[in-house]
Every structure is written in structure tokens, then in C-alpha cells.
Design a protein around this ligand. Sequence first.
Ligand code: 6LW
Length: 506
Amino acid sequence: MSSAPETGNTVPNPVIPGFHPDPSVCRVGEDYYLACSSFEYFPGVPLFHSRDLVHWTLIGNALDRPSQLRLLPGTASSKGIYAPTLRHHDGRFWLITTNVSDGGNLLFHTEDPAGPWSEPVPLPGVKGIDPDLAWDEDGTCWCTTAGVEQVRIDPYTGETFGPPHRIWSGTPGAKAPEAPHLYRIGAYWYLLIAEGGTERCHGVSIARGRTPDGPFEPCPANPVLTHRGTDLPVQNTGHGDLVQGPDGSWWMVLLGVRPLGGTPGWHVLGRETFLAPVSWVDDWPVVGEVAPAMPAPPWPLVPAAPAPVRDDFDLPELAPHWISLRDRPAGSCTTGGDPGRLTLRARGASPDATDVTFVGRRQQHLSCRARTLVDPSEGTGGLTVRLDESHHYDIEVASGEVRAIARIGPLRTVVATRPLPAGPQVLRVETAATPVPADARSGPDTLVLGVEETDGTFAELARLDGRYLSTEVAGGFTGRVIGMYAATGTVRFDWFDYEPLDEPVG
Ligand code: 6LW
């Protein structure tokens, strides 16, 4: 199953594939902006722009300075930056999120969502995760967090007024009422939440009241969205945010996953951003189907320019889709030069280390190919597909040898080695999604790692089961990231290719 190609009357869903969880969206005139959580990666909180809610372009990362995003050494994978809320009010963009590893809830603002964003406004009086912002008619700013709790704040200073108080607990018996978003729509204030946990029981519920601090009456039809207990190809649907389309209709961005293989199904791209239509019945939202091929919305679509396959690293700065682990110390990752190249200077000893010098990009397609031209003459490094420091497959070159390495939990194996001539080498990783599981135990995909000979032929070193690089195995909140690393010394990468391959259409 995968997002189908765009046809005349359907559009692919997820609208932002790959590890882009906890989406929050806001509309400003004809422009839409969307932010996602980013956990241990730096820079953090990717910011997207769209004109049609379907095609999104990455315009930057809101937290691109260490003063905004402090992820100390040892920050565990899937910690760091949790769910953000992105809003526009009073001529400014507001982003509130939680650094669960340092500082708690933080608020940022800007006039230009492409950045730079402000320094963090600390919110010591706001507890918990998943903070939301909403303003009422007299300009009072209401901050609502998982639980569901609420407190009034001054968004410029971070001052809170009174203690947080509980305004709803979600559906009785449902766990983890979180991801609250508060909206004034018509005669009501609506409180949208996720509940059931971000796994297969995930869902979206809603309540409404006459004032921003309640009391709130739950929707009789809650959950208004869930795929729990279904065999729908998109699972874990939840963590929604509502927005009006260009024609005034209502839509929801939300997270979902695309499990592949037999049972229990493994998702490898993390929680992705999907779009779903919303209609209203008796002043309650009714959420339409979250499907891999969604009927095109009834307004002109504005396709984004296709992403180039190759990055030559010939610009002085890395493009915004490149992410590193926890920080990017000066001098550790440099680009430019003639010809352009990415130069990585090692810090951590290998991708088993949480501080390895690494530059990667989210895997956004169920089947894809990544290649890089690496010069290992002054160090050891290569290409890695990672979920975290305990779950990654590497193709590594050093001192005249190339080796395929598999790290699965406590086990680390050099799967194969091969002598190499001196000089730069082209390393390749291909992922092939399992279109139809052969049986209940089929994995989600297969990863093939190898090196390209000087005549361009591909020498396969390893063919590995992708289930071990899935969230169901690794745990946590992220998804696969494919990238380059330096384990020792200095390693240079002339270019990096990422290209989607044909995907099974489900
Ligand atoms: C996020 C919470 C959740 O803060 O998982 O899907 C947490 N729901 O809302 C991390 O993504």
C-alpha cells in the first residue's frame, strides 16, 4: 500500500510523507503553514508552506539555533521536541512546543515563518506536553495542554495567570487525552483532542462549549476519527488540527502510519502527515476518509516543484531537509567548495553513538534509492539508514574495505566485507516495499546495501529485513532517516542522491 500517484481526480496522501508527526496548521489569507515535531534532531520543527493543503514545500526549520533548541549530549532518541502548535495572531506567527529534555514548554514568534524565529519565551507556569494557543475576542491567550489542562498566558512574556486547571479528561476509559486544539467556530468553542495513545488505538475526539474555558460537552459520536480495529491501509490516525480550505470548507491535518508486511504490520517511515475532509452535522464535525488516494479538493491545485534527486553540496549552507543528531557543532559539517562537497569531521565513534557526526534526510517513500560518493581517504564513514542508535543498517568504508553492518538492539554484526581499491566510492542503499505479504510473518520491506564498481555495476553486500528498522521494533516516535556519517577522522561526500522507486499502490 502506498500513496497513489496524483491523477486528475485524486491526490496522494500522506500530503507530507515520511517522519512528520504531530502536524499543526494555520491559514493566513491564501497561504497555509504547517509545523511538525522533530524529537532529537537538529535543526528542529520543520515548517512547510502550501497554497492548496495538498502540496507542501519545506521552507525551513523554526528551531535552527542552539539557543532555541538545546539537546544536550545524552538526550535520548525520541526525546527532545514533542508536538508543536502553529498559529497566526496579531500579525505574527506563534509556535509553541515542548522540549521534554530541556526547558519544557517554550514559545517562539516571528513575522516570517521561513525564519528567523525569536529566541524562546519560557513558560514555567505551563506544565505537560502538547501545548496549544487560542485567543478569544478580547485578546486573552488561552494555553491548553494534554490532560486536558488550561491556563491563560501572556505570549510575549510567558507569564501565566492563575494555576492550570483541568477542562476535560476526554472519553471515560480512553488513555492519553492529548494534542488539544481550541477553536472558536460559529457559536461554539471547540476542543479537539487525540486519545487512545499514538499507536493502533489512536483517535480524535471533540467537545464544545460556549466559552474558551468550558464547560465542554463531548460529541456524542466520539471518536470523530479512528481507524482502530479496521483493516484500512492508514493506521494510528490521530493528533488532528482543523483548518478552513480556500473555499471555506473544513479540513483536518492529522498523523497516520502506513504499516506493511504480515502481522502486526510494521511502519518504517514514522508517523506521517495526512489530510482529511471535514463536514458539519448539527454543529459537530464529521471527518471523511483518510485514504492513500484522496479525492482532489474542489479548488485549483498548486503543485510544488519536484525535489531534485541530487544534492551536490555546492552551497555554503545545507538545505533545510538535512538534519543532524542533537546539534551541529561548528566545523563538524561543512559544505561548499569547488566542486562542492559535504565534509564531516567525526565526533562519536559510529552510528551506535548518539553523538555521531551525521547528516541525513527523512525517508519519504516506501521504496527508494539513496547513493553517495564518499572519499574515505582521511577517515571512516559511510551511508546509514537509522531509526535510532540501536537500530540502523550501515554501508561503511575504511582503509581499503567496505562493510555492511547491521545493528539490531543489542546485536551488531558485520554482515559482509569486500576489499576496495583506494579512492572515492559510490555507496548505495535501496529499500523495496513488500507489496503483498507472502505470509503472516513477512516483513515490511527489504534493504539492499552495496557499492558501485567503477564501471557502474552494483556489488550487493547485504539484503536485510526492514522490520528491524521499524517503529514497532525500535519503539519511539520517529521514523527512518537516511544519511551520511563520519565515525573517525574526516570523511568527504561529493554528492547524495535520493530517488523514489515505484511503490505498490494500495
Ligand atoms: C505527542 C503526543 C503524541 O506529544 O505523541 O501522537 C507525542 N501523540 O501528542 C510525541 O509525538
